[in-house]
Design a protein around this ligand. Sequence first.
Ligand SMILES: [Zn+2]
Length: 209
Amino acid sequence: MRIWDISMSIHPGMSVYKNRDENRPVFAIARDHTGGSAYETRVTLNLHTGTHVDAPLHILEDGSTIEKMELDRLITRCRVLDLSGIEDRITRPDLESQPIGDNDFLILKTRNSRTDAFDYGFVYLDESGARYLRDRKIRGVGIDSLGIERDQPGHPTHRILMGAGIIILEGLRLAHVSAGEYTLIALPLKLEGLEASPVRAVLIQPPIA
Ligand SMILES: [Zn+2]
């Protein structure tokens, strides 16, 4: 068995959405070995910082929350598509030429994985691409940017995917991964009533059945 870690490392200096200071993680040491016998840290973390899965509540007013997400949807066979040649956004024609099957969980590798710095012009999945994936009845989609769309008015990509029950995984790191079939494991924390969770995402080969 081979394992690829496709998660971002979480630390105060990491790359965050639009380089906003309020999105940076804060590590507060509550106790350490100089004053006691245990080391404890309190972490302040925006749930959309780093590698994470969005629950429908993130965009849909009555959407369901992260602890309700079925775990078998995040321990699953998946297919990595190499879309590194795309400069701006992933559209329907870009996806039509790709090998996509019913029930696929797709991982979209783009040029975003080439740098760790936040890129204001990051490659995203546009509305036409989201409609196409919905119509192809995929189960989930992951991408190597902190958002699956940039800041489109009304968040059409999120709405189309979430409205169809398609899982959205963001903030992946895929430079070291090739196109192909894998097992994906990306389990959210059991945070009650919330709209997202950090995940430790890994790809494994061989893929599970
Ligand atoms: Zn998010």
